[in-house]
Write a protein that binds this ligand. Structure first.
Ligand code: GLU
Length: 331
């Protein structure tokens, strides 16, 4: 029989650590109240899968996560992965921004060991909660040799997603997580089954190591609509180093916004055209002359994940816009 794997489970809060007043409270409940020890104690089945060590790193909803939270989680996961006795790491996390933390880890960890980020849409106290099974499945994925070298994974609702692609696409349903090109695989009866591979560079193939990142540049997101005031661009430009413009459709920019955006770009702000549709590619020099304006396009990345990538790309190339553009086509 194969030796049981050693897995570290790091708790950060979220619905998976939540508790409702009654079992019928599937959407209204207190978040981030159960410790990671208590969450695991409620799933005795997990001890047959792996030797588990639990750690409470934080206890807060992921809607609060800023750059310091990302760095804190990344640095701790990296430290734990360096222990030769550790075979994999699980991070329990609120689902609201799970995709951003997972993508950040995917791009900055330097290990082939499995790292799985997991949350739940219903607290453990609710009827038909997904908390126990999601965590059980995450452990099953973390111990599987087939999960090595695939970057950071998000497990939810019996599916295994690559951190690059996954997004929360529903505010309350169990079936909330989608990847535009489909999941990498399923977890069935505690067995991961992979059908696809991540195709873009991640973890050991990227130019960033979390161990060497102390601060991230400020990148903001502006959500487009026709009545958007042009003063918003100036306000963002006065504070931030980068701006993800979540444009309508194919990254379209309203006529009255073009001027302020070009002016801010000339003064050094890096502007990335994205799409508020959250799907599809934004075509370079398509609806806007990006070469003339010095703008970057997002390829197919969602605005909230483009923000993570731009922050990292600016660490390597604070000024070279062609290098920033290349990062969006590589990762
Ligand atoms: N506030 C929660 C969060 O941490 C709610 C969402 C969830 O965990 O499902 O993101």
């Amino acid at each position: 029989m194969r030796k049981k794997a050693n897995i570290v489970v790091i708790g950060t809060g979220g619905t998976i650590a939540g508790r409702g007043e009654t079992a019928s409270n599937t959407s209204a409940y207190a978040c981030s109240v159960l410790t990671i020890d208590r969450i695991l104690a409620a799933i005795p089945e997990v001890s047959s899968l792996a030797n588990l060590r639990a750690e409470q790193l934080m206890q807060t909803g992921s809607e609060n996560f800023n750059n310091e939270h990302l760095l804190k989680i990344g640095k701790r996961v990296s430290e734990v992965l360096k222990d030769n006795d550790v075979d994999g790491v699980i991070v329990t996390h609120g689902t609201d921004t799970i995709e951003e933390t997972a993508y950040f880890l995917h791009l900055t960890l330097k290990s082939v060991k499995p790292v799985v980020v997991v949350g739940s849409m219903r607290p453990p106290s609710a009827m038909s909660s997904d908390a126990s099974l999601n965590l059980y499945d995450a452990i099953a994925v973390a111990i599987a040799p087939a999960s090595r070298g695939k970057g950071t994974l998000v497990v939810a609702n019996n599916e295994i997603h690559t951190a690059r692609d996954v997004m929360k696409t529903n505010s309350f349903k169990l079936e909330a997580f989608r990847s535009p090109y489909g999941a990498l695989g399923y977890v069935a009866e505690g067995e991961p089954r992979y059908y696809r591979m991540p195709s873009r560079d991640h973890t050991v193939l990227t130019e960033w190591s979390i161990d060497r990142i102390e601060i991230l540049p400020k990148v903001d997101i502006v959500y487009a609509y026709g009545a958007l005031g042009e003063e918003v661009i100036g306000t963002v430009a006065s504070e931030a180093n980068g701006l993800i413009y979540a444009g309508t459709g194919n990254g379209n920019v309203a006529e009255h916004i073009v001027g302020p955006l070009v002016a801010a770009t000339r003064q050094g702000l890096h502007v990335v055209r994205a799409s508020r549709t959250g799907n599809g590619v934004v075509i370079r020099n398509g609806t806007q002359p990006d070469d003339d304006y010095g703008w970057i396009v997002v390829d197919d990345q969602a605005p909230q994940k483009a923000r993570i990538l731009l922050m990292l790309a600016m660490l390597s190339n604070p000024d070279k816009r062609c290098a920033l553009q290349a990062a969006f086509y590589r990762y």
